[in-house]
Design a protein around this ligand. Sequence first.
Ligand code: SF4
Length: 497
Amino acid sequence: MCGFIGMVDEAPVAGRISTGLQTVQHRGQDSCGIYTFTGSRFPGHRGVGLVKDVFTRPIVEGLGGNVGLGHVRYPTIGKNVLADAQPFFERRPGVLMAHNGNLTNYEKLKQRLADRSIHLLSNCDVEPMLCTFAEELMGRRRRNHTADDVVSALRTTLQVCEGAFTAAMVLEVDGEPTLVAFRDPHGIRPGVLGRRGAAWIVASESVAADALGFELVGDLEPGQALFLRAGREPIVRDIEVRTSTPCVFESIYFSRPDSIADGDTVYEKRLQLGRHLARCWMAKGLEADRVIAVPDTSRPAAIAFAEEVGVPCREGFIKNRYSGRTFIMGTQEGRESALRLKLNLIRAEFEGQRVVIIDDSIVRGSTIRRLMDLVWAQGPRSVHVAIHAPPVLNPCYYGIDMSTEAELAARRYLPPGGSPEGGLDVMAQREFEAAWAADLGVDSLTFLSMPRMNKMYPPERRCAACFDGIYPLGLSAEQRQSIVNDRLCDRNESTVA
Ligand code: SF4
């Protein structure tokens, strides 16, 4: 998961890109970068760390150019090193590119480029996409590229580069500095378009447009490319359009609640998730005195859950917004201290109470386990856990950092026969939940059921593969293994480092 912003205007854009990147900082905190185009040069800066630390005033003011790209990175392929920070630049024909997502055939692309004597400088998967595009464009014409050249080169690039991504480029097209944005043919990763006067913005989330006073025009359409120039209407060209299947995990967990994605406000989606979850929970005949959200994502769902169940929603966990890294993680005591540094509990909200803890998802299972130890230490009468998503039973190969089956805690509690396509049916899910609740040491554990998820997100119009195992993009066993190997390799190297 990453975040990007592209902007074109009649005035320099770097300052606004830097401000806008801070609104999508939740999508990636490892590294960031901004590059612009002045018409003759591509000045830029990249650094490891947060936007507010990397982009000081002198750096931003030193970047001229009325068109540019910014990026915040969370690595799902490659590592947290400067060489992998985006945007990337290719000298011929002079083009910047940044993306949010994941290429599923990275190794094959790398080999395809190597066969053409093109070698990569990084492990970031936007680089082979950029090199492929640049080679295709230069193959059509060596200079004075037109929009038709770009569309034709992009068509080949999207046939060759498989995966889920929204991307933006800056280059000269028809003799003018141009911002080009495109979304993968299935529209799995999000992207929006906004306008303010002569200026255009494209971004991973609408909050970036809001913060900069842009009016939201709408989503970038799957498989389409937009050519954007200051003061002019966008040129819209189809590249490769297939069925739109946006990622449901964006509205469950990743996106900010104040964002609008694929026509819906994320906040409203989370309220709906809470209502549906409450019905799953009430169907078990359970009772509670209060509902407590694990901050921050699950707050809207907890509010709606409490309204539906008819008990108060209270604050029980207080998040420390200023906590940094801890250096005492080697022991159980150290891990608990680290968690409490981030999240402390209000004892009075738990002591003697029957509490329902609402969270957005359980992936690896270690945080919820440590959290329950802390909750029980406050003396509650009973503890119920309710999750406003179905169990994560399958890896994500489309840009979210959960790409191996082994890391998914839910798979330990699957009934014989493993993970069925379509997700667990209601009865199988009840048994699964009971087994996991016993192991977690809580009175009950409830996930959103697949039928309720399907009501909210119709199966033919979304990706929910991590819940139901139905992947909208075909993936060979070799591709899956290559993605898994890459993640395992990076984690091992990070651990050593
Ligand atoms: S597998 Fe899950 S996280 Fe990945 S794109 Fe699909 S819904 Fe999103």
